[in-house]
Design a protein around this ligand. Structure first.
Ligand SMILES: Cc1ncc(COP(=O)(O)O)c(C=O)c1O
Length: 388
């Protein structure tokens, strides 16, 4: 590759020996494991073995250290991020912050929302909320003006995806935040499909809350999800979904009512799953060190090459063509795509498949340009020259 930045990123392949045994095109779903993750997990286990209960004095600060690593990647101020196990749990915590009145009961989100997020906000209808789903006629994009038009003075929350999981469409989060702010509503931005591949500045975007995890482009594996809360909002909410680590003094064991921490820890529930934070450390550190701008630059060139292949093979592209509205993955479909995906995975050409969307692939900073050709050549072989 002629581009010196793209080439310099290949230096990081040495941290991912697993890449030498496969073609890893699935970082939108599961990023490749850094070799260091095993050592970091061993450090966790060694603390457990050697220090028993006193290991907590080293384990607990890992929550703030992980949060600081995330804050750097999303440009969040210090003390505005907390960790938890997954986005579903964090969405439940956030949903439990809101109370609905007849005047303020609307929740507006897009029809292409990730299922678990949609399930949780929909269930708020049992507590008096009214969900408004903005449709996506092409199943790829969402009309920003339609979302903005659906947000009105009755809207309380706007939980939307930054990048749509099934098409990689990037929503105009800034415009949606401006509209929400003008009527006093809160945007909860699900950044799971953008963190680590699309540059993020949560303050600049103007979100009230942002959520995401570490499994995908952050190469951190499961269990290290994160929540950003705008600094001035931290003390405004008191989540009903809570636990003793959300208390101002967890080890005072006060009862019966919760007295919330003044810090972002008030959004914490029970005992943090610290092993997964050790596991995610290497991925977070590598992405933070490279910087997402460089990753994005390389990603855009590679996803365009994928689109060229998809066009050449006559497949249906289910992602945006324009660079500015395309995230880190490319989605395409053809008859029999689910079976082809299964066979590609068996051959260690890793990708995934989503119903009504097709095969999803994502090159990442560690991808060699020739791997794109290898992937599509293998796909052609698997498919055996069948028609569209
Ligand atoms: C946009 C988006 N949100 C949420 C999730 C997952 O949420 P959870 O951490 O609850 O599994 C995914 C993918 O797994 C996703 O792509």
């Amino acid at each position: 590759m002629a581009d010196p930045i793209a080439e310099s990123l290949l230096e990081y392949r040495k941290h991912f020996p697993a890449l030498e045994e496969c073609v890893h095109f699935v970082s939108h779903s599961l990023g490749c494991v850094p070799a260091q993750a095993a050592d970091d997990l061993a450090e966790f286990a060694e603390l457990w073995r050697t220090k028993s209960i006193t290991a907590w004095s080293e384990w607990l600060p890992e929550v703030d250290r992980a949060a600081a690593r995330i804050a750097k990647i999303i440009s969040a101020p210090e003390g505005t991020v907390i960790m938890n196990q997954n986005v579903s749990t964090l969405t439940s915590v956030l949903a439990s912050c809101f109370d609905y009145t007849p005047e303020r009961n609307k929740i507006v989100f897009e029809a292409l929302q990730f299922p678990s997020v949609s399930y949780i906000w929909h269930a708020e209808e049992r507590r008096g909320a009214k969900c408004v789903l903005v449709p996506s006629p092409d199943k790829i994009t969402i009309d920003t003006d339609a979302i903005c038009a659906a947000i009105d003075e009755h809207t309380l929350v706007v939980p939307i995806s930054h990048v749509v999981f099934s098409s990689a469409y990037i929503q105009d989060a800034k415009k949606i935040c401006e509209r929400a702010k003008s009527v006093g509503a809160h945007v909860v931005l699900d950044c799971y499909q953008s963190i680590g591949t699309v540059p993020l500045d949560v303050v600049e975007l103007g979100v009230s809350f942002a959520i995401g995890g570490s499994i995908k482009y952050l190469c951190g594996g499961p269990g290290a999800a994160w929540l950003y809360v705008r600094k001035d909002l931290i003390e405004q909410f008191a989540p009903r979904v809570t636990g003793w680590f959300g208390n101002e003094a967890p080890f005072a064991f006060t009862m019966p009512d919760q007295s919330y921490a003044e810090t972002v820890w008030r959004y914490m529930g029970g005992t943090p799953a610290v092993a997964s934070l050790y596991q995610a450390r290497a991925g977070h550190t590598i992405i933070g060190e490279i910087g997402v701008r460089k990753i994005r630059e390389k990603s855009l060139v590679m996803t365009q090459t994928c689109i060229d292949w998809i066009d050449e093979l006559g497949f249906k592209l289910n992602s945006p063509r324009s660079a500015e509205s395309r995230g880190g993955s490319v989605v395409f479909d053809f008859v029999g795509s689910a079976d082809v995906c299964r066979e590609l995975n068996r051959r260690k050409f890793y990708c995934d498949h989503r119903p009504a969307a097709g095969i999803r692939i994502a090159p990442h900073f560690y991808t060699k340009p020739e791997e794109i050709d290898l992937f599509f050549s293998e796909l052609k072989k698997v498919r055996g020259g069948a028609g569209r």
